[in-house]
Design a protein around this ligand. Structure first.
Ligand code: SAH
Length: 355
């Protein structure tokens, strides 16, 4: 990604996009979303009530603790190999890592910590939460010779998507144009039929196919690493486990959905993660796909009810807050069903709990 990392003092992204469109014509949605999110994340902390959205580890410490428990359990059943490295993709404020590492340490698992992070602002917060971490721009520089315990929560959904749309003239890429004083999606000129699976060749006009090349690339590299180095990964995100069509692009600002084509770089652009395609990639790279389950089912299997009861017993005046946080994480009406947890591991590693 060609991140414009000069931050808020830089030329507004709207002006840059307008100039590009004026010179070269409509931009691909992939480019628009990639640049917008690079700008969005570069210099601010978008998490929490004062920000734009809230994530599971920020809702309750139980989330990171249970993720840590899952990793510790597979690690022990793999024979407790040492050294082992903890790798987190897009660690946000470092909260998940801090909670997971604390839990892992209780059972004697004390891995080296690697964070894959692009945001300057968030790196600074991560350094406060987990001072011993080492930072990377991507997985490429993470050591290649030891087993990896990998976590990514709400990382893949921030990576840019490409959209193809079926028009009367065939499949076209969805582009972003500037017209009548605003950005708007339009169908590109170039035929894209060759990029679409055969079953969709004659799909109804208006059918939309979304793919995320960045997520596919991360999955490919990660799976190859797990296959050759050993280890296990949990990828957690809102997404779908069966293939589907339609646009899932959305923009969040101050906890409300806003138009993704207004004020690029100032709202968080996300898409649902296609877990079906990620599982295929994992298997193709020689890793074991352990399964994709709902967040609610996963956290229940890991013992969230017991953990919540224990926390509430230790702090009775917080019992209501703990109960509400638990509901938020696991109830079907909140994060429980929409969010999925995918487990992937090296072929010699044991099946983890909850899959
Ligand atoms: N996992 C955290 C934060 C989720 S927000 C949590 O659950 O709270 C998305 C995270 O991914 C942020 O840390 C963001 O800076 C990072 N990120 C987004 N795009 C990235 C990219 N292309 N490369 C590296 N990190 C990225």
């Amino acid at each position: 990604m060609t991140a414009d990392d000069t931050g808020a003092s830089a030329e507004p992204l709207t002006a840059i996009f307008r100039r590009l469109i004026g010179t070269y014509g409509p931009l691909s949605l992939l480019h628009y979303m990639g640049e917008s999110n690079a700008r969005y994340y570069a210099d601010k902390d978008p998490l929490g009530t004062a920000g734009d959205f809230i994530t599971a580890p920020e809702i309750s410490q139980m989330f990171g603790e249970l993720v840590g428990l899952w990793l510790a359990d597979v690690w022990m059943r793999a024979g407790s190999p040492v050294p082992v490295h903890y790798v987190e993709l897009g660690p946000g404020r470092g909260t998940l890592a801090r909670d997971a590492l604390r839990t892992m340490k209780r059972v004697g698992l004390d891995p080296q910590v690697h964070f894959v992070e692009s945001s300057r602002a968030l790196k600074a917060l991560q350094a406060q939460a987990v001072p011993q971490a080492q930072w990377h721009d991507d997985l490429g520089t993470v050591p290649t010779d030891v087993p990896l315990l990998v976590v990514g929560n709400e990382f893949l959904d921030a990576l840019p998507v490409r959209q193809l749309v079926r028009t009367a003239k065939g499949w076209r890429e969805r582009m972003v144009d500037w017209a009548e004083d605003r950005f708007r999606p339009v169908a590109g000129e170039k035929p894209m039929d060759a990029a679409v699976p055969g079953v969709l060749a004659d799909a109804e006009e208006g059918t939309l196919l979304e793919t995320c090349p960045g997520a596919a690339a991360v999955m490919q590299e990660l799976s190859g690493r797990l296959a050759s180095q050993g280890g296990a990964a949990l990828l957690i995100d809102y997404g779908y486990a069966e293939p589907q069509t339609g646009s899932t692009l959305q923009a969040l600002r101050a906890h409300a959905k806003v138009d993704p084509f207004t004020a690029p770089g100032e709202a968080d652009l996300t898409c649902l993660v296609d877990f079906a395609v990620l599982a295929e990639i994992a298997v193709k790279e020689g890793a074991t796909w352990q399964g994709t389950v709902t967040q609610g089912a996963f956290l229940r299997a890991l013992g969230i009810d017991l953990r919540a009861a224990k926390l509430a017993a230790a702090a009775p005046h917080h019992a209501d807050t703990i109960q509400r946080a638990k509901d938020r994480l696991i109830s079907d009406e909140q994060m429980g069903s929409l969010f999925k947890v995918m487990g992937v591991s090296g072929p010699q590693w044991p099946q983890g709990a909850g899959f």
